[in-house]
Design a protein around this ligand. Structure first.
Ligand SMILES: *Cc1c(COP(=O)(O)O)cnc(C)c1O
Length: 229
């Protein structure tokens, strides 16, 4: 069976190949191992294989994993939907929050984050128009970013999206391109506290396309840990 170290090597090789195809620097692209439903022992094994950044989508599961792995230096990314009543739980557990998608949530976050220790966030955009997906609409993005600019304690590192669940490569590519264009347009506005350097996009099934379209943070679960139950 392929070891986690083998999988790291395979994913790294795929990332390198895609950056070369796209004429991008390998150093611009990193990946987060999505560890939802994966037990702490596996995360520990991933750490031993050299992985340091992990993604979780539920507050309770993240809290349990952090408690079980407190002896390791890991960077936790919250990638799931953030319920406003979970903000107080999620904040101290997460180095990055990828899924800020509405004003009410931003306001709750801002109220909880001390100005001395800004929180890194990404704004989630619904680029596919699928009703099932969270995320601000591309049309609503400028207004949300304008509101976020009022809170220096929230550092808007970039944008995040989930590609459409389809085999249609062109539709996937179009969604990622929409995110990159939105980022380029909004970055030109130079809002304070919003460097917008990052694009969190690309999962196990579509990360090479995401890299070709400008991704800087890939979120890879299944291709690394195997299929979830
Ligand atoms: C589960 C999840 C992933 C990882 O998906 P895989 O297809 O297993 O790589 C990435 N991003 C988000 C937001 C997720 O919920």
């Amino acid at each position: 069976m392929e070891s986690l170290a083998d999988r790291v090597a395979r994913i790294e090789a795929q990332i390198t190949a895609a950056t070369e195809r796209a004429g991008r620097s390998r150093a611009e692209v990193d990946w987060i191992a999505v560890s939802k439903t994966v037990d702490p022992a596996q995360v520990r094994a991933a750490h031993a294989a050299g992985v340091r950044r992990f993604g979780e989508s539920r507050a309770q599961e993240l809290a349990a994993k952090r408690a079980a792995l407190g002896d390791l230096e890991l960077e936790w990314h919250f990638i799931g939907h953030v319920q406003t009543n979970k903000v107080r739980e999620v904040l101290p557990l997460s180095s990055w929050i990828h899924s800020v998608d509405r004003l009410k949530l931003a306001r709750k976050l801002a109220a909880q984050v001390p100005a001395a220790a800004p929180q890194r966030i990404l704004v989630q955009v619904n680029t596919s128009g699928e009703a099932s997906k969270s995320g601000v609409s591309p049309a609503g993005l400028p207004e949300l970013l304008d509101a976020l600019a009022a809170w220096p304690q929230l550092r808007v590192e970039g944008l995040m999206t989930i590609g459409p669940l389809t085999d249609d490569q062109q539709a996937i590519r179009a969604a990622f391109r929409t995110l990159r264009h939105a980022r380029d347009r909004e970055r030109a506005r130079q809002r304070p506290g919003a460097p917008l350097g990052h694009l969190s996009m690309g999962m196990s099934g579509d990360f090479p396309i995401a890299i070709e379209e400008g991704a800087t943070l890939l979120r890879i679960g299944t291709a690394f840990f195997g299929a979830r139950p």
